[in-house]
Design a protein around this ligand. Structure first.
Ligand code: NAP
Ligand code: G4F
Length: 391
């Protein structure tokens, strides 16, 4: 039966173009990848899981569901319910979609939370990919498979890290991703599946989840500037990360899948900064000193930490001709501008519809920050004055 379906599908694909299936389409990377593949002419199908509150905010603008076709092979884009912990749902989706390329981006992707929820982390992040690989193998689907592997797998291995570096993960998340990495390699070698790993170093964007450190910082600064917050509470500021721009990293995923043979690739910027440097860069944009606004709490420290990540992506540059364009300073700036725009708009201070330049928003931020500094000075004068009188 599958053989017949495959023949029918191959004919259809020849006429209709490629079909990509993305798990985790509602996440940061899934949303950028969906946009990128649609732009390339793919038909995109995405898996979302049931949620008690909308989890499709990042992809709602792709609402290009076409009534003429419904959910059939001609629709450019549609979503299906499935869950990485539910083999039946995965098999049903694969059978319906018959994809040419599967991008498995779905995961419990928060390293800190993986210490609190280790079992579900391994269930989604390790057994999830295994369920997909098994289904592809059993059903004989001739598709390519991309596994979202992570630099977190390197753990405490010294930088720079590349495809040959030993992996000593430091979190349940890192362990879950390392097991999935090996399953992907194993299914490639044992069953000759076109299965690849993208070993991506940290990548950020305005769409980054709110509880990752970069977004937490940029969103909090915007909140401070519009008067909705006074300080940021963080954990370890000494950790070093190689931060790139998510929108460019999803292009690398596609390049990995277009290479003639399935393989594993590191994707990184080869530039590393501490969390403290991220804070400095972001606060400095507005002439503020981060030390006036940041508190440290053990609550955000982890039982084990990855001290330093710095990726060596020379293999990707050489073989895929992929290299990052957005560097650290630009990344910090573009993230903070988006948060500031949103903060100003939400508080009725600026209308986004007026379409101003980025510099305009930075300028408003600087003016507010200058008033904030004045206020802090007055408060500290007042406090020292009070104590003087007391003495
Ligand atoms: P993200 O924003 O957290 O998105 C993860 C997505 O997975 C969400 O849409 C989430 O759905 C979905 N998901 C979680 N559990 C699921 C389940 N049981 N069944 C179906 N879907 C599920 O992560 P991201 O930053 O886009 O990262 C994408 C992938 O790359 C992840 O696998 C991550 O581990 C990996 N990665 C990320 C980075 C990075 O720096 N961003 C670096 C290396 C590797 P809900 O919205 O319903 O929660
Ligand atoms: O932003 P983070 O939570 O990212 P982390 O742990 O590096 O993981 C991200 O990158 C991985 C790739 O290497 C992905 F696989 C993974 O899915 C995720 O996208 O933390 C970055 C650093 C850590 O050292 C953390 O301890 O920032 C430190 N940190 C300090 N204070 C904090 C905080 N992290 C968070 N999330 N929240 C804090 O308050």
């Amino acid at each position: 039966m599958y053989l017949f379906r495959n023949i029918a599908y191959n004919f259809n694909r020849f006429i209709m173009g490629k079909v990509a299936l993305i798990t985790g389409i509602g996440g940061q990377d899934g949303s950028y990848l969906a946009e990128f593949l649609l732009m390339k002419g793919y038909k995109v199908r995405g898996i979302v899981r049931r949620s008690s509150w909308p989890n499709t905010k990042r992809i709602d603008h792709l609402d290009i569901y076409d009534e003429r076709y419904g959910k059939n092979s001609k629709s450019p884009f549609y979503l299906l319910y499935a869950d990485l912990s539910d083999s039946t749902s995965i098999r049903n989706v694969l059978e319906e979609v018959m994809p040419d390329e599967v991008y498995n981006l779905g995961a419990q992707s928060h390293v800190g939370i993986s210490f609190q929820c280790p079992e579900s982390t391994l269930n989604y992040n390790t057994l999830g990919p295994l369920r997909i690989l098994e289904a592809i193998k059993d059903m004989g689907i001739k598709c390519k498979y991309y596994q979202a592997s992570s630099s977190e797998m390197f753990g405490r291995s010294l930088p720079p890290q590349n495809e040959e570096t030993i992996m000593i993960p430091q979190s349940p998340y890192g362990v879950s991703k390392l097991a999935a990495f090996h399953l992907t390699r194993l299914y490639r070698e044992a069953y000759e599946l076109f299965a690849c790993n993208g070993i991506l170093f940290n990548h950020e964007s305005p769409r980054r989840g709110l509880n990752f450190v970069t977004k937490k910082i940029t969103r909090s600064i915007a909140d401070i500037l519009v008067g909705n917050r006074e300080k940021i509470i963080l954990g370890n500021l000494d950790a070093k990360r190689d931060w790139g721009f998510a929108k460019e990293y999803v292009e690398a995923m596609w390049h990995i899948m277009q290479h003639e043979v399935p393989d594993d690739f590191v994707i990184a910027t080869k530039e590393t900064h501490t969390v403290r440097e991220f804070l400095e860069e972001a606060f400095n944009l507005f002439g503020l000193n981060w030390k006036d606004f940041v508190e440290i709490s053990d609550k955000f420290k982890r039982p084990a930490e990855v001290p330093a990540l710095l990726g060596d992506a020379s293999k990707s540059l050489k073989i895929l001709n992929w290299e990052p364009r957005t560097r650290f300073k630009e990344l910090v700036r573009l993230m903070i501008i988006e948060d500031l725009k949103e903060g100003l708009n939400d508080n009725g201070l600026v209308l986004l519809s007026e379409n101003r330049s980025d510099e305009y928003y930075i300028d408003i931020g600087r003016k507010i920050a200058a008033r904030l500094i004045e206020k802090k000075k007055e408060e500290s004068n007042f406090q020292s004055g009070t104590s003087y009188h007391k003495v």
